[in-house]
Design a protein around this ligand. Sequence first.
Ligand SMILES: [Mn+2]
Length: 328
Amino acid sequence: MKTTDIEQELKKLENIIVTGRNFFLAGHVNPDGDTIGSMLAVSSVLKRLGKRVCLFSNDPVPENLSFLPRTKTIRIARPPPAHKYDAAILLECSTPARAGDLTTVLKASRKVVNIDHHKTAELYGDVNIVEPHSSSTAEIIHRLFYNMNVKITKTEAACLYVGIVTDTGRFHFPATSPRTLETASRLLETGFDFSRINDLLYATKSYPALKLLGRTLESLELVAGGRVAFMTLKTSDFTDCKAATEHTENVINYGMTVPGVKAAALFRQEGAILSVTFRSKARIDVSVLAHALGGGGHRNAAGCKLHLDLNEAKKAVRAGLIKLLDKK
Ligand SMILES: [Mn+2]
């Protein structure tokens, strides 16, 4: 596992923030709550410090996160013209390509800062704040501001809370640490309405998302002697339900609720590409399999994209998962 001296790297970023004026900020493709929440919080703090910030996302902000403040300030799909940036900060991108095509922007930036909590992260930045023991990028960002003595606002706290609560599955996944809860506690001290946020995130489901959930559950199959749950979504499921990729978020966890299941895979047809999401319990490290198949992620949550047809993909994944399970 690659590690960096976090405190030292945070200090480097702090210096860049203090001395710089123009910043570029991007997250990964198909952004999630941690990416968007962290981006918005960093951008808000930088602006309060009198800096100019360009926010970029390759893909739109998912509908369930549209309640977050100032999501409209994120430039979608097309990277901006290459200004001279003092730094380009990439959030949760294991490689720069995870952010989309930023070649010109990165060339025009004096420093590249890589902030990530995935253990598959590569150390490509001039500054690499890679902390695989962090529950989320938001937790790392909070540490940055805390070290800098920046007092965060209610709104910024809400953004970071969204990052932590979504990445930890509501403080449920093993990556949740005492530090995670301490961070959440500090955020709550600002007095934002976390109960409303939890309602918006977890007690609200759109019609397409619910219909697609039905299809996903219907597709559930148990393999490897009941130790692995497979779920499949075909292109037609998306069109029938008028649903999109973002509506599949977290549905894989239903596969993990079956007693005896140790790992789950969700297969999702997206045109010619097949996206596979993995979940696993305890010490079963699905990131190893995801990595071997050209993807990445965490020990208990990972994914990859395959150029295989569904049956071939299932065979490969089944074999890979059985290998991991038998190692235990
Ligand atoms: Mn994250």
